[in-house]
Design a protein around this ligand. Structure first.
Ligand code: NAD
Length: 500
């Protein structure tokens, strides 16, 4: 399918795609596919005003009715899954299967949120005073600003938006400047759904800001944006956290990862091999949950690593729209430069590099296709503490599980982790208080490819935020503790006497 046809099928018009100053290129061949008009800071401020007006009405809408809007959104995403999935591939370069998977994740979280709209449960609490009841209730919080990264251009918006909307919060989205087209297409889907929903959807309920980081900064700086949920790199998270904390606002941070797998002597190596390849090279190593560090027991190292290298050598690298491609391009040539630098540093630190060079230079010279790299390291050195957003898999040996867990936890990030082992003592240790320090810890499954039912997020420099399933919805509401006295007395808590 020609690039223009993909854009048109996703509902984008020529007028919208031309005439502006924001150049959007496709990583597939490096060509420019749009020149967009950007919103100004004044536009962002106007959106914040409109969103707060929308909040006045939306917070009083019964939550199951709010859920109905999200149900319609899920239905429309089902209808447009292929068109949007292809646009995801065109704009960020992940293979079409993963583009579809990303839209499916949006659909899944919509389904989850619809059910949730009838389950925003509080608590009843035993009061120490006679004739009193206590309870805890949850109320809409206010406008939710959502800032997203290029590598998952649509799903993280939906993890936030579907929950925020049923929780009673309007949403303003600032997508990555590298992937604004998918956001525009999703905004169009939302506009259609809101029109179908009718007057109960106030103007300004779901909005998008197209542009660069100054628009994100407008959201983080505004006291009228109650929640800022930000997905991106650690430096970006530091800036966002500082800006939001300075006004004592609430932030939800989903930042970089540096994820590891421990392969124990009892592991099913066939399963481990498949999990390693998918988690390390999927999305061309550009997932926050990408497997970056492989910690292999010395007894199985020589069985596993040659097979892994052979699997890497046979990976189909190419146009992500082509069926059969498993590794698409990096987002841009800056990412290629970062990968080359990291490999140079790894070599300087004693690493032996397998793969890793640029490929398809004849046919796709302006793009950045690479052969995924395996780097055998003598020990976990400085470069392994750093997230390079590219398909580099560092491999180290271990001989003692405590040592392997310590190595896994020794990096600044704390997103995802896993162990391959059939020994319950090892797996339960890995999941215990002395095991993995990450927000996600898996057994016999790779670190990437989470389901929406669980809370998603990580510790340390990953930012501590939780999105998606479980009780992540509480991050989008304010908690209120209520004490109700239905007696004819006014006893004080803790038995304090204060008679007047
Ligand atoms: P990035 O940090 O360069 O940009 C992310 C977004 O933040 C963009 O929309 C950008 O415009 C905005 N931004 C940048 N500085 C800002 C500021 N000071 N204030 C407000 N907004 C600002 O990230 P990227 O290169 O697009 O994405 C890759 C990174 O994102 C990786 O580190 C990856 O691990 C991380 N990521 C994390 C998760 C997660 O859930 N933990 C998911 C996807 C990506």
């Amino acid at each position: 399918m020609a690039h223009i046809d993909i854009l048109t099928a996703a509902g984008l018009t020529e007028t919208e795609l031309t005439g502006g100053t924001l150049s959007v290129t496709t990583p597939i061949d490096g060509s420019e596919i749009a020149r967009l008009s950007m919103h100004s800071v004044a536009d962002a401020q106007a959106q914040i005003v409109a969103a707060n007006e929308a909040f006045q009405a939306w917070r009083s809408m019964p939550a199951p009715r709010r859920g109905e809007l999200v149900r319609l959104l899920g239905n429309e995403l089902r209808a447009q899954k292929e068109a949007l999935g292809r646009l995801v591939t065109l704009e960020c370069g992940k293979i079409y299967q993963e583009g579809l998977g990303e839209v499916q994740e949006m659909i899944d979280i919509c389904d989850f949120a619809v059910g949730l709209s009838r389950q925003l449960y509080g608590l009843t609490i035993a009061s120490e005073r006679p004739g009193h009841t206590m309870r805890e209730t949850w109320h809409p919080m206010g406008v939710c600003g959502v800032i997203t990264a290029f590598n998952f251009p649509v799903a993280p918006w939906c993890w936030n938006a579907a929950l925020a909307l049923v929780c009673g919060d309007p949403v303003i989205w600032k997508p990555s400047e590298k992937t604004p087209l998918t956001a525009m297409a999703v905004q169009k889907i939302c506009d259609k759904v809101m029109a179908e929903f009718g007057e109960d959807a106030p103007k300004g309920l779901i909005q998008t800001l197209i542009g660069e980081r100054d628009l994100g900064q407008t959201l983080t700086a505004s006291k009228d944006v109650a929640i800022v949920s930000a997905t991106g790199s650690v430096p970006m998270g530091r800036a966002v956290a500082g800006d939001v904390a300075a006004r004592l606002g609430r932030s939800i941070l989903e930042l970089g990862g540096n994820n590891a797998m421990i392969v124990a002597p009892s592991a099913d190596l066939e399963m481990a091999l498949r999990a390693i390849v998918f988690s390390a090279v999927g999305t061309a190593g550009q997932r926050c949950t990408t497997l970056r560090r492989l910690i292999v027991h010395e007894d199985v190292y020589d069985q596993l690593i040659p097979r892994l290298k052979a699997a890497y050598d046979s990976l189909p690298i190419g146009d992500p729209l082509d069926e059969g491609t498993l590794v698409g391009p990096l987002i841009d040539t800056d990412a290629l430069t970062a990968m080359t630098r990291a490999l140079d540093q790894a070599q300087a630190e004693g690493g032996k590099v397998h793969g890793g060079g640029q490929v398809l230079t004849d046919s796709h010279g302006a793009a950045a296709y690479v052969a995924p790299a395996i780097v055998e390291m003598p020990a976990q050195s400085a470069i392994m503490h750093h997230e390079t957003f590219a398909p580099i898999l560092y491999v180290v040996k271990y001989n003692d599980l405590d040592q392997a867990i310590a190595m896994q936890n020794a990096v600044p990030q704390g997103l995802s982790s896993c162990i391959f082992s059939t020994d319950v003592r090892e797996t339960e240790t890995f999941l215990s208080a002395v095991g993995s320090d990450c927000g996600i810890a898996n057994v016999n499954i790779g670190p990437s490819g989470a389901e929406i039912g669980g809370a998603f997020g990580g510790e340390k420099e990953t930012g501590g935020g939780r999105e998606s399933g479980s009780d992540a919805w509480k991050g989008y509401m304010r908690r209120q503790t209520n004490t109700v006295n239905y007696s004819r007395e006014l006893p004080l808590a803790q038995g304090i006497k204060f008679d007047i």
